[in-house]
Design a protein around this ligand. Structure first.
Ligand code: URA
Length: 427
């Protein structure tokens, strides 16, 4: 590999030049080895955030991050594979019912998931509220569960895209997360290295998402679909609404309980709708459009797959879920129609109650979170319970209540039909 100099690469991007393949390969490799310092990489990340990268640069950057670690290969499994990745939202528990549902349809789901940071929840944090369940698996355990159960949700091992692990942690503390080339390459390097055959991206749009506007969400989705397709992964993206939080719960155990309701054939209509829409895309990508996932929800086979999947990772799917020690109910201040429920306000409240963490190493509370008792379009009467806040530490209620203030509107005489959840499809 040709040697370069970190300052030379930073200056090139600062001056809006296209980085060469050789510069990109070198800087990612040297950063992973510790030769390029954090302050140099953060300067380069800021130059990329400000000046962008073209599709050629993004593809090379992604390839270099994949090459920094191992690549997994599921081609020896007896069934095709499909995975889903969400760019992160509030109340987004969809992976929990989706992975066992798709497994029950005959497609294997190797779901490498993450933890929440800030106001967005993390799938691993939610599942860890199930007594005994563990997120860390060896590659051998992952293969065995995929062959036996068909679905596994676990943490990515240290060997997968180590350049991204380092760079993501750095971006998080240097104001360089919200750059489309960096988000796209971060997500797609992990998904391509993971070796899934098909991939469905759930790109969130709205106040509770990284991408607040449809235009930037579409650009991110198109960039990721192109990266996946060029790498031979059947990739599509759905742009989905994150102005309103999903379902009726945001937190950890409260979201597991809601997911189990969906697997039992009930649950909130929006969670069921999005789970089925993503399942159909995953099945189509894996060549199994002949199976209707709604049938597998109705006949209990998705629930069977869930219980098997939880047990395979040490969890007890029938054990009672942890409950927070304290609750506080917010009552409707007026009668009328709930016309707005802001995802960011709810996500912040759940975070402040202890469902999320402020720093990566902080613990989360399994029982903390927010339950809302009405959704946009519902009529409420003054004094009705609107939200129930859950936490183990009552001194957290004040800041959580402050984040909900101004986070919803109740309008007398208003009529509202909620808009669609799936806003667009790319791929
Ligand atoms: N999720 C990731 O994995 N990476 C990003 O950069 C943003 C969201």
């Amino acid at each position: 590999m040709a040697a370069h100099d970190a300052v030379e690469v930073i200056l090139a991007k600062r001056d809006k030049q296209e980085l060469t393949d050789s510069q990109i390969d070198w800087v990612i490799d040297a950063y992973t080895r510790g030769e390029v310092a954090d302050e140099q990489m953060s300067s380069l990340a800021m130059a990329i955030l400000l000046n962008g990268m073209n599709r050629t640069e993004i593809a090379r950057w992604t390839a270099a991050m994949i090459a920094s670690g191992e690549r997994m290969d599921f081609s020896s499994l007896s069934r095709p594979t499909a995975d889903k990745h969400s760019t992160g939202g509030v109340g987004d528990k969809i992976t929990l019912p989706l992975a066992p549902l798709v497994a029950a349809c005959g497609v294997a789901v190797p779901q490498l998931s993450g933890r929440g940071l800030g106001h967005t929840g993390g799938t691993l944090d939610k599942l860890e509220s199930i007594p005994g369940w563990r997120a860390a698996l060896s590659n051998q355990e992952m293969f065995a569960i995929l062959e036996d159960v068909g679905a596994v949700i676990c943490a990515a091992g240290d060997g997968l895209a180590p350049a991204d692990k380092k760079l993501y942690a750095l971006r998080d503390v240097t104001g360089t997360v919200e750059a489309i080339p960096l988000i796209a390459s971060s997500i797609m390097s992990k998904k391509i290295a993971e070796g899934t055959g098909a991939l469905v991206l759930d790109v969130k749009v709205g106040s509770g998402a990284f991408m607040k506007e449809l235009g930037s969400a579409r650009e991110l989705a198109e960039t990721m679909v192109a990266l996946g397709t060029d790498a031979g992964v059947h990739t599509v993206a759905l742009l989905t609404d994150m102005a309103t939080p999903l379902g009726n719960t945001a937190g950890n155990a409260v979201e597991v309980a809601e997911s189990v309701e969906v697997l039992a054939g009930g649950g909130p209509a929006d969670v069921v709708e999005l789970t089925l829409a993503l399942a159909r895309e995953m099945l189509a990508g894996a060549g199994r459009s002949d199976v209707d996932p709604a049938d597998r929800l109705a006949d209990g086979s998705a629930m069977d797959a869930w219980k098997k999947m939880i047990r395979a990772q040490g969890g007890d799917p029938d054990a009672p879920l942890p409950q927070a020690r304290e609750t506080h109910v917010v009552h409707a201040p007026a009668s009328g129609t709930l016309t707005r429920l802001d995802a960011m306000a709810v996500g912040l409240a759940a975070w402040r109650l202890g469902a999320g963490r402020a720093r990566k190493e902080d613990p989360v509370q399994a029982g903390a979170g927010v339950v809302w008792h009405a959704r946009p379009g519902d009529r409420v009467t003054q004094g009705d319970a609107l939200f129930t806040l859950h936490t183990d530490e009552p001194d957290r209620f004040g800041r959580a209540l402050a984040s909900l203030e101004g986070g919803y509107d109740i309008e007398d005489g208003a009529d509202l039909t909620p808009g669609p959840i799936v806003l667009d499809r790319i791929g």
